[in-house]
Design a protein around this ligand. Structure first.
Ligand SMILES: NC(=O)c1ccc[n+]([C@@H]2O[C@H](COP(=O)([O-])OP(=O)(O)OC[C@H]3O[C@@H](n4cnc5c(N)ncnc54)[C@H](O)[C@@H]3O)[C@@H](O)[C@H]2O)c1
Length: 334
């Protein structure tokens, strides 16, 4: 079978990782890269002499079978629509779009033209997140109580996205994936410390019909680099720490129990301190897993694990959170 011809649109700080990964895939070939920056194109032409390097999307579309869109967030919806129009499957980096309306328009175009479109929800391809999801779905944690995520570091300070739109898609997509439901209410508070109208720090809370509460702290103005998610269930608690090189998942056999005979007495609650289990996590680079899946989907060899509807759901949460942010943190019903 001939190798799938892949194109990457936008090869900046993140897109260059797509370019590198696409160039290393066994069943695909980096056929073209499109970037509007001349110095970036010069660098790419030197590094990937076999690929077409262009500033013209149409030229790229004429050369490839499928497209990865990693240009700035504001361009995603329009670029995705142009790829769909050309009948090319596309992987759209997060955020899928900047408004629910745009996200829905992309989803509609994809459905009408029957073109596979994947939102770039990278963490769903993280083996630790997949394992965490299996634990939740399999009931090993018991009844899910709440979860909280921390996504903090110093920089990269962006001008075209605030911390909510830059980091939020990761944690929101993971929360929706783990819980398999969308929030009924969201609230977000944040502040612009470095530039006007761009929140550097955002605290987002999501409430779910099931009673689960999810909170995420997002910041590029923090002394620590933290990528952590804690999930608390009635039987077990799990911490996913992506900064840990190997032991990324810790399952705590801890909880608070109420003997049946004391069902109504708070004093009878007993703390259970059990073992800590560290499962072996496959060492798979999430980006390689994401692109490998995208290539198989584009070939028609695999059903998409996620689709435009997932992109729309996440954008809808972020949009509601933005409204809450603008309203000083007042909860917004979804
Ligand atoms: N999945 C992840 O973990 C992850 C991580 C970082 C960034 N991202 C996302 O990737 C996207 C790109 O982020 P970045 O940090 O690389 O930004 P960046 O500004 O460093 O790079 C964007 C690149 O796109 C080019 N560009 C701009 N408009 C274009 C257009 N219309 N057509 C073609 N090229 C165009 C620019 O010249 C630049 O080279 C953003 O949406 C960002 O949120 C995802």
């Amino acid at each position: 079978m001939s190798r799938l011809q892949l194109g990457v649109v936008g090869a900046g700080a993140w897109g260059r990782n797509h370019v590198r990964t696409a160039a290393g895939l066994a069943d695909a070939e980096l056929a073209a890269v499109c970037d509007t920056s001349e110095p970036t194109r010069q660098r790419l032409a030197r590094q990937y002499p076999a690929a077409l390097v262009t500033a013209d999307l149409n030229e790229l579309l004429g050369k490839v079978d499928a497209v990865i869109i990693a240009a700035p967030a504001g361009t995603h919806a329009d670029l995705a629509r142009r790829c769909i129009e050309a009948g090319k499957p596309c992987l759209v980096e997060k955020p899928f779009a900047l408004t629910t309306r745009d996200a829905e328009a992309v989803a509609k175009a994809a459905a009408t033209r029957k073109v596979p479109v994947l939102p770039g929800h990278l963490l769903l391809f993280h083996p630790a997140v997949e394992q965490l999801r299996a634990l939740v779905a399999g009931g090993q944690l018991g009844q899910l109580f709440y979860l909280y995520g921390l996504r903090l570091n110093l920089g990269q300070v962006r001008q075209d996205e605030n911390a909510l739109w830059s980091f939020g898609p990761h944690d929101v997509s993971v929360a929706l994936f783990l819980l398999d439901e969308t929030p009924v209410r969201v609230a977000a508070q944040g502040h612009c410390y470095l530039q006007p109208k761009v929140e550097d720090v955002v605290f987002l809370t999501m409430e779910f019909q099931s009673g689960v509460l999810a909170h995420v702290q997002l910041s590029w103005l923090d002394p620590h680099k933290v990528r952590k998610l804690t999930v608390v269930g009635s039987k077990k608690m799990v911490v996913f720490d992506d900064m840990e090189p190997r032991e990324k998942l810790r399952i705590y056999d801890k909880g608070v129990e109420r003997p049946p005979e004391y069902a109504s007495y708070g004093e009878a609650l007993t703390v259970r301190e059990g073992d800590i289990f560290i499962p072996k996590i496959a060492s798979v680079e999430p980006l390689a897993a994401e692109l490998g899946h995208f290539v198989r989907v584009a070939r028609g060899a695999e059903a998409p694990r996620i689709g435009p509807a997932d992109g729309v759901r996440v954008v809808r949460v972020l949009e509601a959170a933005s409204r809450s942010l603008a309203g000083g943190g007042a909860p917004v019903a979804m």
